[in-house]
Design a protein around this ligand. Structure first.
Ligand code: FAD
Ligand code: FES
Length: 255
């Protein structure tokens, strides 16, 4: 169906903690073509400072009920305004944008690695892998036990491990030091989180010659390959995070 623009009705706005919330939206048309890793550019009305749309990954997609969810961290003005939106209001989206995670070959062993709000695109990926019959391990990293979000939703789809930096829950330390990452053997790693964390995971994956894809969150404006502000250095030259990504194979990145 390709890129399109539409007004989505806000069904729910659920606060998870001080700075994370989930928006549940009803699509005006079919969403069956949306793939894990893709994102939408959301227009934030009523404020001159937020005239640029903001990019957010599809977090959860209910194809039967035409519903999508976005997991959002309050970072600045735009996300703060989104946190205030009420059920019954409408949000204008351009979607689906960007590429998607590639699916594993039959029988491959995969692991999903998420850090903080980086778990956002991974839940939708996890769901897709599960319905494709893929066995998956999932490691979710947070700063503390209080910051854990979306853990129970992943339990439906695979074996879930938690790491916290202060050790208040699960493994103590960064996800990149978790024994499954250090000693585990996987055919594919899918990763999303803060860039330093993704770089560490990429380094380990490279040292083991393991296929690894990361989802980048570079600054964006247009989201559609026009403004060139989201360029990323790759071995193929400068590529655009919004149209060539946001999902990249680590072997293509100059990391
Ligand atoms: C492909 C992609 C997917 C993303 N998915 C999610 C998600 O699922 N959940 C989530 O919470 N956040 C996600 N982000 C980050 C999110 O877009 C920013 O946090 C948000 O745009 C900040 O807007 P703001 O107005 O609150 O902050 P401000 O700092 O006031 O924003 C100012 C400008 O910078 C841009 N900007 C600021 N921070 C970022 C950033 N980290 N990435 C991209 N643009 C930024 C905004 O678009 C805006 O133009 C994603 C970013 C990208 C590129
Ligand atoms: S955000 Fe404008 S080209 Fe990528």
């Amino acid at each position: 169906m390709g890129k399109r623009i539409g007004d989505f009705k806000v069904l729910k706005n659920s606060r998870l903690n001080q700075d994370h919330f989930i928006l549940e939206l009803l699509s005006p048309d079919s969403i069956e073509d949306i793939m894990p890793g893709q994102f939408a550019e959301i227009r934030i009305d009523k404020n001159k400072e937020t005239f640029l749309r903001r990019p957010f990954s599809f977090h959860n997609v209910d194809f039967r009920r035409n519903k999508v969810e976005f997991l959002i961290q309050i970072a600045g003005k735009g996300t703060h305004m989104l946190s205030q939106i009420a059920p019954g209001e409408y949000l204008n989206l351009i979607y689906p944008l960007g590429n998607s995670f590639t699916m594993p070959e039959k029988g491959e062993k995969v692991i999903l690695v998420g850090g903080g709000c980086g778990v956002a695109p991974l839940l939708f990926l996890s769901q897709k892998l599960y319905f494709n019959g893929v066995t998956q391990d999932i490691i979710l990293g947070y700063r503390t036990r209080e910051r854990i979000i979306e853990y129970t939703k992943f339990l439906e789809f695979g074996k879930v491990y938690v790491a916290t930096e202060d050790g208040s829950e699960g493994f103590k330390g960064f996800v990149s030091n978790h024994p499954l990452i250090v000693d585990g053997k996987y055919d594919r790693i899918y990763c999303c989180g803060p860039e330093p964390m993704m770089k560490k995971i990429a380094l380990i994956a490279k040292s083991k010659n393991t296929f690894c894809e990361v989802s980048l969150e570079n600054l964006m404006a247009c989201g559609m390959g026009v403004c060139l502000c989201c360029a990323v250095k790759t071995i193929k030259g400068n590529l655009l995070t919004c149209t060539d990504g946001p999902v990249f194979n680590i072997n293509d990145l100059e990391w």
